[in-house]
Design a protein around this ligand. Structure first.
Ligand SMILES: NC(=O)c1ccc[n+]([C@@H]2O[C@H](COP(=O)([O-])OP(=O)(O)OC[C@H]3O[C@@H](n4cnc5c(N)ncnc54)[C@H](O)[C@@H]3O)[C@@H](O)[C@H]2O)c1
Length: 382
């Protein structure tokens, strides 16, 4: 089977879907890998590194797309790329079903079998393939560094001859994969950290990282599979009221709260931002899905009433080397799950395959993807 790896073309995307040492493992399993020239450049992987790992490097993007049995990318392919794929080819990437319905319809129309990493079921068996988690973890780490970089204060407590500097106070809202990594990073930098999540199950994890779990007088909001469920406006109003005093005393607030497939809940209002001390920092990791903070501007850093509000999107891309390495491992583990004896062998009884296969046999076969796409009823499930 021939695997093609293409350069990412979305602005600001520095990651690459496969890195040399991981690609070498695929080669030893009998896969032939061809990489578009300079695909790994922005993530720190040279063409020579791919060649030394036994990969072919191809200057012509069209040649990679039109000859590969399977094409790997981080972001969804564009329509022009899809048009070049062979009928019967396979793609693996993030596919963003909520916003990329035209691409998904095109993949189906071209008889491409497309897998979406966002839809991978998050079960124990799929942990090694879970690109959402690997990327969220890096993003949580980097979000804290971004905050530390912008804050005009020290994170750790410091005793100097000129006086004692108290530690920074960091509040993390949402203690999932990204939030826990943010807590760990802020703690390593010496900050005093508080965290809150609507899933009480994370309390012990938060405490084990040396942070305080905020006990708010609120009902747990746990839905299917142990994930957060969508919260009522009444709940969120109460939550904001209870959080207000913790936000006001924080030097840094990192918000990571998300509900799968829904707009991010509003946790920090404009008056709450105003209540913060001058020079405080909010990093809103939910900026891409509507933001947890009322004044966040997606993709921008703004100063509002003296507080920096960072709405940087695609944070994993700013840690492109390791983000690519982990993504490549996730994708390779998925490939090994889907392919045997050099052939794609799909078993739709398998939760992983069924969960993340979006197009197959000319149709959009994934119920969740169709819901996210606001999909037509014309496509039939497998
Ligand atoms: N393979 C697996 O078993 C697997 C893989 C990944 C994640 N998980 C589990 O799922 C959890 C969440 O995953 P995620 O990080 O992708 O979540 P996510 O990115 O969807 O959400 C981030 C966090 O925000 C929280 N949240 C939602 N609304 C909130 C609100 N109003 N206030 C405060 N917090 C709020 C959620 O509970 C979640 O912890 C993980 O911590 C883990 O326990 C399991």
């Amino acid at each position: 089977m021939k695997i093609g790896v293409i350069s990412e073309t979305i602005q600001g995307e520095r990651r690459v879907a496969l890195v040399p040492n991981v690609a070498a493992k695929l080669a030893t399993s009998g896969f032939q890998v061809v990489v578009q020239a300079n695909a790994g450049q922005k993530a720190g992987f040279t063409n020579d590194a791919y060649r030394q790992a036994g990969m072919a490097v191809e200057a012509d993007r069209g040649a990679v797309l039109s000859t590969a049995d399977m094409v790997l990318s981080v972001q969804p392919l564009c329509l022009e790329d899809v048009a070049l794929l062979r009928a019967g080819a396979t793609t693996i990437s993030f596919l963003q079903p909520a916003t990329q319905s035209a691409i998904i319809e095109a993949l189906a129309a071209h008889d491409v079998t497309a897998f979406s990493l966002e839809l991978l079921p998050r079960i124990s068996r799929s942990q090694s393939m879970d690109a959402l988690s690997s990327q969220a973890s890096l993003a949580g780490y980097k979000a804290v560094l971004m905050a530390a970089n912008r804050l005009g204060k020290f994170f750790p407590m410091l005793m100097t001859a000129a006086g004692t500097i108290p530690p920074a106070r960091v509040l993390v809202l949402g203690a999932g994969v990204a939030g826990l990594q943010a807590i760990a990073t802020a703690r390593r930098l010496g900050a005093v950290v508080e965290a809150y999540d609507v899933r009480p199950a994370v309390k012990e994890e938060v405490k084990s990282l040396g942070a305080t779990f905020l006990e708010l007088e609120l009902e747990a909001q746990v839905g299917q599979g142990g994930y957060a469920r969508e919260q009522s406006e009444e709940f969120l109003t109460k939550q904001r009221k209870l959080l207000a005093e913790r936000v006001a005393v924080a030097d840094v607030v990192v918000t990571t709260a998300a509900i799968p497939g829904r707009r991010a809940p509003l946790l920090v209002t404009a008056p709450m931002v105003k209540s913060m001390r001058l020079g405080s920092v909010i990093v809103d990791m939910a900026a891409e899905t509507g933001g947890n903070c009322e004044v966040t501007q997606s993709g921008q850093v703004v100063e509002v009433d003296g507080t920096w509000v960072d709405g940087t999107t695609n944070i994993p891309s700013t840690v492109a080397f390791h983000a690519s390495q982990l993504y490549a491992s996730n994708v390779t583990n998925l490939i090994q799950h889907l392919v045997s004896d050099g052939q794609l062998k799909l078993n739709f009884e398998d939760e992983i395959t069924k969960g993340c296969c979006v197009t197959y046999n000319g149709q959009v076969v994934n119920e969740r993807a169709r819901q996210m796409m606001g999909a037509t009823t014309s496509s039939q499930a497998a």
